[in-house]
Design a protein around this ligand. Structure first.
Ligand code: CLF
Ligand code: SF4
Length: 474
């Protein structure tokens, strides 16, 4: 890359509007998440607080799927890995540091990584996720490195509730517990949020929904962070993991309905955007949000390969993607509105996808489902629901394990009437029909297929709530 390119990219970046900043960020834009990819580099091992839902054996549960372990790499390795991945994956637009501990509890490693990336690949956006305890101490570095997206995980704004969530914090060489720990943490998080907003940095706030502890309180969190200028709020479901305080105390995961209700309550607060498409990814995740290609990029591969990082080719590719998104948006706006007889009854449809706005994933490989409410004229995105894959490691699970995964799928899709997937075996098709969920097997654009599949709802027998005859529609 030439020196002139660096200046142009940086100048362009600082003059961008909020829309331009988020247009290619898969987490800040629901539309972009179908087309643009993110990559996490796992460079930050330590943490300075103790959340009661965290087990240090696994990645930070604030911005990652609980219960998974990412391979730790050095800042130098991280820069090489980023250049290697981004040279082949042209839709990669954002590099995040989200663990496996707290990035700002490892400031040298975190900022050395960001600095290396900014020097060699200045077209990539930098994204940081933190518990916020030491945020105020690093504001200047964040600004200097052009990190224009920061996530703070704020699970409570009332220390009385916070003390149920955090066991201790380690701050200025001293360990604090209980109410005092929660008070300091919340104060630092909110002041950090204000400082970032004052600098024009877009802040996402993550909140882990913990039934019976903060479920009724998250609306208050939404109010406070809205007043302080947060850009988007991501309410994520707790996933209880082994060896945690919450596991010992019998705290349960929220249901899909509880999550939806809390997200809707937070949405009522006002102009705060609510993120519903979070896939709770790993601290070394790579790819579109619905996929994870981290296993493809081994150390051996990225350390020993020639790298051809072509900023112009990447920009041209991403411009084309953005044009395509724009054409689709304009096409939608031009579609004639349906007239009076439009059927506005809602059918809830679960979709399997690996991205690009398409139904292109076999049911057996789905780790999560996108949920939509569809009428004859409208589509409303409800959220993402996670499940274990029916096929594990390319093999189909067998016996009781297979059934228990299907049972889990049934439970998380219990309010859906249709399951839209690019492929599905005979056993799960039959099982879904027995649960009153119609399997529709088709590949193509999600939006088109949602409207098309919706009509199969009329094949449901209203008395038995089971499909009338054919088990699947393919
Ligand atoms: Fe990563 Fe987080 Fe940046 Fe996105 S993830 S650091 S803002 S680039 Fe995104 Fe993953 Fe959800 Fe996080 S889907 S867990 S919200
Ligand atoms: Fe665990 Fe993340 Fe909480 Fe630290 S901030 S204790 S790594 S969940």
């Amino acid at each position: 890359m030439k020196e002139g390119d660096l200046i142009t990219v940086e100048e362009k970046r600082t003059s961008q509007s909020t829309e331009e900043k988020t247009a290619r960020h898969p987490c800040y834009s629901e539309e972009a998440h179908h087309h643009f990819a993110r990559m996490h580099v796992a460079v930050a091992p330590k943490c300075n607080i103790s959340c009661n839902f965290c087990s240090r054996k696994f990645d930070c549960a604030n911005e990652s799927r609980p219960g998974v372990v990412s391979e730790l790499i050095t800042p130098d390795e991280a820069v090489k890995k980023v250049l290697f991945v981004a040279s082949g994956m042209k839709q990669l637009s954002v590099i995040g540091i989200a663990g496996p501990g707290d990035p700002l509890a490892n400031p040298e490693r975190t900022f050395a990584t960001f600095k290396g990336i900014a020097e060699h690949a200045s077209d990539l956006r930098l994204c940081l996720s933190t518990n916020g305890l030491t945020l105020l101490d690093h504001i200047d570095q964040i600004k200097a490195l052009n990190i224009d997206h920061v996530t703070i995980t704020i699970n409570a704004v009332d220390p009385e509730i916070g003390k149920e969530i955090y066991s201790w914090i380690y701050y200025k060489r001293k360990r604090y517990k209980g109410l005092e720990a929660a008070q300091i943490l919340i104060d630092r998080q909110l002041r950090g949020l204000e400082a970032l907003v004052a600098l024009g940095i877009l802040v996402k706030v993550n909140s882990v929904l913990i039934p019976d502890i903060n479920a009724d309180h998250l609306k208050k969190v939404a109010e406070v962070i809205t007043a302080k200028g947060a850009f988007i709020h991501n309410v994520m479901p707790l996933i209880v993991t082994p060896d945690t305080v919450f596991m010992k105390n019998g705290i349960r995961n929220p249901t899909a309905l509880e999550l939806q209700n809390v997200q809707e309550n937070c949405q009522d607060v006002g102009h705060l955007k609510i993120m519903k498409h979070c896939h709770q990814c790993r601290a070394d995740a790579i790819g579109l949000l619905g996929e994870d290609r981290s296993a493809e990029f081994t150390k051996e591969r990225f350390l020993n390969s020639e790298i051809d990082y072509n900023v112009q080719a990447r920009a041209a590719y991403q411009d084309q993607v953005e044009q395509k998104m724009k054409r689709r948006r304009e096409g939608k706006e031009r579609s004639p509105a349906l007239e009076k007889e439009t059927d506005m009854s809602i059918v809830r449809i679960a979709v399997t996808t690996r991205g690009e706005g398409r139904v292109n994933l076999h049911f057996g490989h789905a780790k999560d489902f996108l949920i939509f409410d569809v009428t004859e004229a409208t589509i409303k995105f409800i959220g993402v629901r996670k499940v274990q894959s029916y096929c594990v490691g390319g093999k189909v699970n067998c016996g009781s394990e297979k059934i228990s995964i299907l049972d889990e799928t049934k439970a998380i899709l219990s309010d859906c009437q249709i399951l839209l997937s690019s492929g599905m075996g005979a056993v799960p098709q039959k099982y879904m029909c027995e649960q009153g969920i119609i399997p529709v097997i088709k590949s193509g654009e999600i939006e088109d297929l949602l409207y098309e599949s919706r009509k199969y709802y009329h094949y449901m027998n209203p008395e038995t709530n089971h499909p009338i005859e054919e088990p699947s529609f393919s």
